[in-house]
Design a protein around this ligand. Sequence first.
Ligand code: FAD
Length: 486
Amino acid sequence: MDNKIHAVVIIGTGFGGLSAAISLRKKGINDFLMLERRSFAGGTWLQNTYPGAAVDVYSPLYSLSGHPYPWSHLFAKQNEIAAYTLDIIKQHSLNELIQLNKTVKEAKWENDFWRITLSNNEQVLSKIVINATGPLSTPVVPEFANIDKFKGAHFHCNDWQHNVDLGNKTVAIIGSGASAVQIIPAIVKKVKELHVVQRTPHWILPRPDLSIPIFLRNFFALAPIYNLIRWLAYWLLELRVIAFKYSETLLNLVGKRPALRHLKRQVKSHKLREKLTPEFIIGCKRILISNTYYPALQRVNCTLHDSHDHIVEFTAKGIRFEKSGEINLDVVIFATGYNAVDAMISYSVIGKNGRKLSCQWQEYPRAYLGTSMPNFPNYFVVTGPNTGIGHTSAIFVIESQLTYIMHCIHEIIGNKALAIEPSEIAESEYTTMIHREMSKTVWSYGQCTSWYQNAQGKVIAMFPGFTFTFLRMCKAFKPHHHIIKR
Ligand SMILES: Cc1cc2nc3c(=O)[nH]c(=O)nc-3n(C[C@H](O)[C@H](O)[C@H](O)COP(=O)(O)OP(=O)(O)OC[C@H]3O[C@@H](n4cnc5c(N)ncnc54)[C@H](O)[C@@H]3O)c2cc1C
């Protein structure tokens, strides 16, 4: 351990960590480190290499502001977003600040600075911590009976095993959410048999993807053109909030009806359509987009096991289903999502007077602007509680949070404050407002369970409004909402 107290330590190197690093650099702050638990930097799009992985928000909007890119598709595929991420790291020479294979296991406030302990017990000291460990970074596999008995290859799609050849194999994929909907069409032609295990069907809309001709890519990446496209895409998507929050009629008109039409157009069998029609209100879970999922499900080598034919147990050779009995399998793929609630911060955080964040969040995670917490001075959470969105780019929210974080950092580094934290009352009023507004949204009344909620059904992942409202709040720094120690 060196005893140097860094100005800032960023934990995580996805778009959250990279945006933080770029913001610091812009302010002339170069005394910072980035800690990354993996052996490579870049987060989501370097980690999720499963077949078919792609973004579901228009790429010019799903990119960092001021960093245009000549995308080949309107919805970029994983390899292109990974290349974009690495390009950002290179452009800003961040590699020299990134320390790989450094898993943070604890952050403890020591009155003036944070003591960060890594899994190898190495320690790093910092005045300020920006946590950017990602909302969807810790995969989850539900507890199935006898799961350990299965002898075949099995893995979570977050950690795709490229050495496992699926060619001519009998494969099961557990899950029918955002990742499964991308993986199934990408592998169905390759495998001998594909068993899709669906707990709940999702609402699916057509995917209006476009391949961008090579000669136009650089033109679209010119800053004024790119910004115009971003602006148009932003406002088009932002309109969805009206439906999510203010009008179920509009939600049916622009969501449910086109989704049902899409299902009817692509699936001729009434029986299969029934199995694929969700019972919850559209928007309650993330709306998926795909033109290839329904056709893939109808291929002769594909079998859908819905909730009436659920998994009874795993066996050494495969899975025993309620109705279909035991099916022998070579490979099982878990597309079963992430722990977005308990894993919001993947290590122990101890604030003033030994206060644990897990205790403060015992009832549910909460933070001022989804970013800072009383009793945890100089500590900021990117993609914290209630900063998720179901309609637009997560990067917009990340960058909004960073405008607030940079205001706070200016108090410490620019105005020489010792510490800053939001007051209990400011955080409490903000959280009350968030949950009051949340009750008007489809995420609350939509009759579904989703990763947006905690075990008690409280929606702790989503921001219940327009993202421009969130940005406005983040920009308007309110010193009187904070305790600033000088
Ligand atoms: C498959 C998938 C598809 C997605 N598609 C979209 C989409 O279409 N549109 C959209 O808006 N959003 C999408 N998202 C959400 C996505 O999480 C965000 O868009 C964004 O990438 C989040 O960036 P991040 O930096 O906050 O998190 P991440 O990219 O997850 O980065 C977090 C980093 O922190 C590191 N880390 C975690 N814990 C520790 C620790 N204890 N110590 C050190 N390092 C640690 C991780 O290893 C990781 O590298 C998707 C997510 C997934 C998983």
